[in-house]
Design a binder for this molecule. Structure first.
Ligand SMILES: C[S@@+](CC[C@H](N)C(=O)[O-])C[C@H]1O[C@@H](n2cnc3c(N)ncnc32)[C@H](O)[C@@H]1O
Length: 223
């Protein structure tokens, strides 16, 4: 049985499933330079955004559990999560022994929610959470061993500025991981869109790999 895990913006999902009258997939209008619209899952704001954050936290646990296992985070690694939303994966990353974790998200509501959810790790100095975007994380160059982003890449206005920022903040040998969910199928990216993400990552890093998990597709590149 396949779990239905609605942890992506309905607007994004709607765009993913637009079909032409002939039944063929219409081209998606992603990465046009426009920021996310009013969809509370794409950029959670205000009371609706907070509700979206709770929904993401409740429904995304399975995805995050699968990802944390697949990531094989080295103990002691400096890790950056971009677009952490309510902060479930941040907590899992901070629980890996010796890690030093930073989370950035453009939504002040998600920053507050992630801080509250992981208050003990924040107090212990193992986790910092701040406002930031894929293309502007605020971290120094060559300062992290792993940068990961989950279910955010379709919300980026453009792909290359984010990939360039991931490349900038990684130490030589560090890993960039860009994940997008496959389930439920209506929220999946189209094959051409997945290819575009892979191409953008490879263009910045020289090469990129793809792993298909049960719930997510995961692109990886090494600096
Ligand atoms: C669908 S939620 C996913 C949240 C979380 N990663 C998860 O899987 O539950 C999308 C998140 O991307 C963030 N976001 C939107 N635009 C972004 C950008 N340009 N860079 C980084 N994050 C962005 C939103 O604030 C939101 O927290």
């Amino acid at each position: 049985m396949v779990d239905e895990i609605p942890n992506v913006a309905p607007g994004i999902a709607g765009r993913a499933r637009h079909r032409g009258r002939g039944g063929s997939d219409a081209a998606r209008r992603l990465w046009t330079g426009a920021p996310p619209g009013p969809d509370p899952f794409a950029l959670p704001r205000g009371p609706l955004g907070r509700a979206a954050g709770w929904a993401l936290a409740l429904t995304g646990r399975g995805h995050n559990a699968e990802l944390i296992a697949a990531l094989r985070v080295p103990p002691g690694a400096a890790v950056l999560e971009v677009g952490h939303g309510p902060g479930v994966l941040l907590g899992m990353l901070a629980a890996v022994p010796g890690t030093s974790v930073t989370g950035v998200d453009p939504s002040p509501e998600m920053v507050r929610m992630a801080r509250r959810r992981n208050a003990a790790a924040v107090r212990a100095g193992r986790l910092r959470v701040a406002e930031g975007r894929a293309d502007a994380t605020g971290l120094p160059a060559a300062s992290v061993d792993l940068v990961v982003t989950v279910n955010t890449v379709a919300m980026w206005p453009r792909l290359d500025p984010g990939m360039a920022e991931f490349h900038r903040v990684l130490r030589p040998g560090g890993r960039a991981v860009v994940a997008w969910h496959r389930l439920p199928p209506r929220f999946a990216l189209a094959p051409a869109e997945l290819a575009e993400v892979e191409r953008a990552l490879a263009a910045r890093f020289g090469a990129a790999g793809r792993t298909v998990l049960r719930r997510s597709v995961v692109f990886t590149a090494v600096r």
